[in-house]
Write a protein that binds this ligand. Structure first.
Ligand SMILES: NC(=O)c1ccc[n+]([C@@H]2O[C@H](COP(=O)([O-])OP(=O)(O)OC[C@H]3O[C@@H](n4cnc5c(N)ncnc54)[C@H](O)[C@@H]3O)[C@@H](O)[C@H]2O)c1
Length: 282
């Protein structure tokens, strides 16, 4: 996809990574539509970028508002070729801590904006991209989502954020498959840490631990968590019993994605996994 002459919709384009993307693409001769909250500095950002930029205020979680914003982008620039999903919020709260159980509304909001907002924009932008003439490579459009390293290596307090970003990673392949026949390419990037207003908005201990990786190693739980549910016939029950036995004799892993069904392997430790906690495949 050539940038010059193409139109890119950038959610969260008023700030941080979205704004930097807008600056780069408009600098390369592209047209950019910044979709961001009405209270954001989207209008100023678009004005600073010049004639080839516009601001379309909306909340990415709203079907109606995103529809209106995308229609405005098409009315101004004629088509939508690229969607960059950058709108998002960062939250940090322990699942259970000194202030009690985590706030469920905050968890829901994080999923709503980061994950459902991303899907909302993809589905509505795809409807516009599908009307484009394919280019010489057969492409009608490109979707670029923003996950995070936290999708794979979430730190203390990042349950909601990691879940939202893991959701983006998880839906990338099926969406790519859904849109392939229309010539719409879909990719997700998972950046590390950048100094942006989002990072600045986190409490200082969270900022420090994210920036230094101090929160990386997982503290061992005092004892193994409760039983892992499994269903199925005798084979499954036997394997489950083996697994329980195995775990009872080891320090139980904590926070890993568990897939005993596929050869008794723990996935997703990354660098956070303390040595000796992997279950040996058998
Ligand atoms: N900064 C980092 O270290 C980092 C690392 C990995 C991933 N990311 C991801 O990159 C993306 C951009 O983050 P950033 O650091 O530039 O943050 P930022 O706060 O600078 O920008 C996020 C933008 O999203 C907008 N936004 C928030 N909720 C919205 C909503 N409901 N509707 C429309 N717009 C909304 C905000 O107004 C803001 O302009 C986010 O998805 C973030 O999770 C950031």
């Amino acid at each position: 996809m050539k940038i010059a002459g193409s139109t890119t919709v950038i959610t969260g384009g008023a700030s941080g990574l979205g704004r930097a993307t807008a600056e780069r693409l408009s600098g390369a001769g592209g047209r950019v539509a910044l979709l961001d909250l009405p209270k954001s500095p989207g209008a100023q950002t678009a004005a600073a970028l010049g004639q080839n930029a516009m601001f379309a205020p909306c909340d990415v979680t709203s079907a109606d508002e995103v529809t209106v914003a995308l229609d405005a982008a098409v009315a101004r620039f004629g088509a939508i070729h690229i969607l960059v999903n950058c709108a998002g919020i960062g939250t940090a709260e322990k699942t259970f801590g000194k202030r009690g159980p985590a706030d469920l509304a905050a968890f829901t909001r994080t999923i709503q904006i980061n994950l459902i907002g991303t899907f909302n924009c993809i589905r509505l932008a795809a409807a516009h991209m599908a009307k484009n003439q394919p280019n010489e490579e057969g492409e009608r459009g490109v979707v670029i989502n923003t996950a995070s390293v936290a999708a794979f290596d979430g730190q203390i307090g990042q349950a909601a954020y990691s879940a939202s970003k893991g959701g983006i990673v998880g839906m990338t392949l099926p969406i790519a498959r859904d849109l392939a026949e229309m010539g719409i390419r879909v990719v997700t990037i998972a950046p590390g840490i950048f100094e942006t207003p989002m990072l600045a908005g986190l409490p200082e201990p969270a900022r420090i631990s994210l920036g230094t990786g101090q929160a990386g190693p997982l503290p061992a739980p005092p004892r193994p968590p409760g039983r892992v549910w499994s269903a199925g016939g005798p084979y499954h029950r036997e394997r489950h019993a083996q697994w329980r036995d195995h775990q009872a004799r080891r320090r139980h892993p904590h926070g890993a994605a568990l897939s005993w069904k596929f050869g008794g392997r723990f996935a997703g430790w990354g660098r956070a996994g303390p040595p000796g906690t992997r279950m040996a495949p058998r």
